[in-house]
Design a protein around this ligand. Structure first.
Ligand code: GLY
Length: 257
């Protein structure tokens, strides 16, 4: 026992293989009440139709058709509430943003991971379609200040958001830095989020990281948001650019069924 893994090889962890669709669910919580944001779906594989190596995320969209009100209620009751209650019972109450990375299996939602932060790139799809009115920012402020949030708080979202990540040459292995980036000025109604970019003294914008930029299309329908996002991703250019033109393909498959 142990083999070439040394001491670490003395213990083997066997994990359940979970099959289904992933769902990223963000909940802002005071430790008791949860304000669930509109669930999103990430695309971890590098290539279209979920092929190729795993990445930090090549794109995301929201809302997700499978996240029905019934499923959201189940996620709240079976995952968020017991987790928060257990943390309080252990004397470590959690407040802030709890991100549940879930697999929606044939037996219902199961937890893949928890994070105590927003997700990337899901946030770029979720926040732009949310109503960021004073009531929502008030919830953030209340949690940050240690005040409670009211029962049944909601975070309305409108339309659809689709985010496409533009990755550098050789991502995810050894992403190449220093490729000049060109962003046309007439990309239309899209949001561009810089991540792995840098500006040279000359003003030139260059790649400086694996996931270089992401571009979010927002529209009344999923199809239009996807078209805006993909079109902008096609038109932004740098040497070795990689992106997926199929962000949200499961949503389209669902609509076609
Ligand atoms: N999208 C995955 C993460 O933020 O961890």
């Amino acid at each position: 026992v142990g083999g070439s893994f040394g001491v670490a090889g003395r213990e083997i962890l066997v994990e359940e293989f979970m099959e289904g669709e992933e769902l990223s669910v963000f909940g802002i919580t005071d430790g008791r009440v949860v304000c669930m944001l509109v669930p999103a779906q990430d695309h971890k594989r590098l290539l279209e139709k979920d092929a190729g190596p795993n990445t930090g995320g090549m794109g995301a969209y929201a809302p997700v058709g499978i996240a029905t009100p019934g499923l959201r209620a189940e996620i709240l009751e079976r995952i968020f509430q017991p987790t928060l209650e257990a943390m309080t019972a252990k004397g470590r109450p959690f407040t802030g943003l709890l991100y549940a990375g879930l697999m929606i299996t044939a037996d219902g939602p199961k937890v893949v991971e928890f994070n105590c932060r927003f997700g990337d790139p899901e946030t770029q799809a979720v926040l732009p379609i949310m109503d960021l009115s004073p009531s929502f920012t008030g919830i953030l402020a209340s949690v940050a200040n240690g005040d409670g949030i009211p029962e049944n708080v909601s975070s309305p979202a409108r339309g659809a958001g689709v985010t496409t990540v533009l990755a550098a040459a050789n991502y995810p292995d050894k992403p190449r830095d220093g490729d000049a980036i060109s962003i046309p000025e007439d990309l239309g109604d899209v949001l561009i989020f810089h991540a792995g970019t840098a500006q040279r003294r000359t003003g030139e914008l260059v790649t400086a990281g694996g996931r270089v930029l992401s571009v979010t299309g927002r529209a009344a329908t999923f199809e239009e948001a996807q078209r805006l996002s993909r079109q902008a991703a096609e038109r932004i250019s740098f040497e070795g650019k990689q992106f997926r033109g199929d962000i949200g393909w499961r949503e389209l498959d669902r609509a076609a069924r």
